[in-house]
Design a protein around this ligand. Structure first.
Ligand SMILES: Nc1ccn([C@@H]2O[C@H](COP(=O)(O)OP(=O)(O)OP(=O)(O)O)[C@@H](O)[C@H]2O)c(=O)n1
Ligand SMILES: C[C@](O)(CO)[C@H](O)COP(=O)(O)O
Length: 251
């Protein structure tokens, strides 16, 4: 399918799914509300989006209960973040949460960036590069990094924890690990989400759904600091990166 062209004058919005529990990070508050450098991860993520001159609206998708929505609204009102921010309740899966964010977008938004709250340290240059590539006509744009480990494909295993049989070694020169924000022509993304939900399919990222509709997804360079805080060690790394940034900038 060919590239689409967002209308001149349309707005770019960021949707930030932040409704996950953070099971892999371990017990505690929902992951997006856990502190990084004394500030909730979500606030870092909102600031990263709002710093981009392309982004004029941020839709935060909070854990799906009234208390969490109110808490997130208060948190963002108290922070020095920002562009215009809306907070909506999320769903059981990341996919449902992103869909809730899309449903809240006003009519004048034609480009959407979807960004994990769990990637609090994405540099603004990466956000700008994704937004610019969508404005230039690509229907779906994803920041990506080369894969540095060798990757094996395994066959169906036996008992959990038992050694797994290797089927083969994948050519890693053709593999990329994708990050967020992923940027989209709004209509292409909304249609892909609707179709995926109707078919009862799932996808681990938004670009995967748009790919299945036949749109050409393109990659731009990602950034090593845009990593996802998933497990406890990731939080240790994020604290170190933030401390280095603060030492360098003097803030
Ligand atoms: N029902 C969900 C699940 C995830 N997310 C968001 O999607 C992003 C990526 O998800 P992930 O890193 O997997 O976060 P969690 O689901 O919180 O982590 P875990 O799977 O370890 O519980 C996060 O910003 C998370 O808050 C969401 O908005 N709604
Ligand atoms: C969207 C994503 O961050 C791209 O790498 C990733 O697929 C999210 O996966 P998760 O298991 O929901 O964290």
């Amino acid at each position: 399918m060919s590239a689409t062209n967002p209308e001149p004058g349309g707005r770019t919005a960021a949707v930030i799914p932040a409704a996950g529990r953070g099971v892999r990070l371990g017990p505690g508050a929902p992951k997006a509300l856990r502190a990084l450098g004394g500030t909730p991860m979500l606030v870092h993520a909102v600031r990263a989006m709002a710093q981009s001159r392309a982004v004029t609206l941020v839709v935060v998708v909070a854990p799906p209960d009234d208390t969490a929505v109110a808490e997130v609204q208060q948190l963002l009102a108290d922070s020095d973040a920002i562009a215009e921010v809306l907070v909506v309740p999320g769903g059981e899966t990341r996919q449902e949460s992103v869909r809730a964010g899309l449903d809240a977008l006003p009519a004048d938004v034609d480009v959407v960036l979807v960004h994990d709250a769990a990637r609090p340290l994405v540099p603004v240059d990466t956000v700008d590069a994704v937004a610019a590539a969508v404005r230039a006509g690509a229907p779906a744009v994803v920041p990506a990094m080369p894969v540095t480990d060798t990757v094996k494909e395994v066959g169906p295993g036996g008992e959990p924890g038992a050694p797994e049989p290797v089927l083969g070694t994948v050519d890693r020169s053709r593999l990329r690990a994708v990050q967020t924000p992923q940027g989209f022509d709004r209509d292409a993304l909304v249609a892909a989400h609707e179709k995926t939900a109707l078919e009862g399919d799932g996808a681990t990222d938004d670009a995967g759904m748009v790919e299945r509709q036949g749109h050409q997804v393109v990659l731009v360079p990602g950034h090593e600091e845009a990593f996802k805080v998933t497990r406890p060690l990731d939080l240790v790394l994020a604290e170190a990166v933030l401390a280095r940034r603060r030492a360098t900038s003097g803030f």
